[in-house]
Design a protein around this ligand. Structure first.
Ligand SMILES: [Fe+2]
Ligand SMILES: [Fe+2]
Length: 196
């Protein structure tokens, strides 16, 4: 069973890998595939953090946690502004890689802060509480939110997935997303959106 740090770090490494696939390629088709993958993964990761991790900062880390959550949400907002532009672009566009690079410079800074500062502080707060396994439990919830949305638009996601486009997911109010999750039993690991 993984901890919340492990789950988050794994996502970060994947995002960096997809980024590298895009910027190190001159093949438009390859860039398009990994561009889509990057976009969905980043959207899923961001929503899962906003739903599970940042509220935990506030719950377990007092005023410091509240400050961290606000700071991280503001950084997500900046990244999403770039992602909105990037996901509408084609690798054939002259600014495609440049747009991705400016997104990544903000994201890389954000990832470093999360890994060096925010998440270790959360783990520390979790382990000092009475609730053993809280980090693993959080990792499970984190994984569940990610299972909720397809990794990309694909027919196998079902006819009526809750979010058919990445923008649908990114612009949905977080309260609305939280409501959808409340319709699943706590122990569900991979709800299939198409069978709800
Ligand atoms: Fe984040
Ligand atoms: Fe993150």
């Amino acid at each position: 069973m993984s901890t919340i740090s492990e789950a988050i770090t794994k996502d970060h490494r994947e995002l960096e890998q997809y980024y590298n696939e895009i910027v190190n390629s001159a093949d438009v088709d390859h860039q398009q595939r990994f561009g889509n993958q990057f976009t969905w993964e980043l959207a899923r990761h961001s929503v899962a953090e906003e739903l599970i991790v940042y509220p935990a900062f506030e719950k377990y880390m007092g005023a410091e946690g509240k400050e961290k959550a606000e700071h991280d949400r503001a950084e997500h907002h900046k990244v999403k502004e770039h992602l909105k532009r990037f996901q509408n672009m084609s690798p054939k566009d002259a600014n495609y890689v440049a747009e991705l690079k400016s997104l990544m410079s903000i994201l890389q800074h954000h990832i470093e802060e999360e890994e060096k500062d925010d998440i270790p502080a959360l783990e520390k707060a979790l382990s000092s509480g009475n609730d053993t396994g809280a980090s693993e439990q959080m990792a499970k919830s984190f994984g569940r939110t990610k299972a909720f949305v397809p990794s990309r638009s694909h027919p196998s996601a079902g006819e009526h997935p809750p979010f058919e486009t990445v923008m649908g997911l990114l612009t949905a109010p977080i309260d609305h997303i939280a409501d959808i999750f409340r319709k699943f039993p706590d122990k569900t690991v991979s709800p299939n959106p198409s069978t709800k």
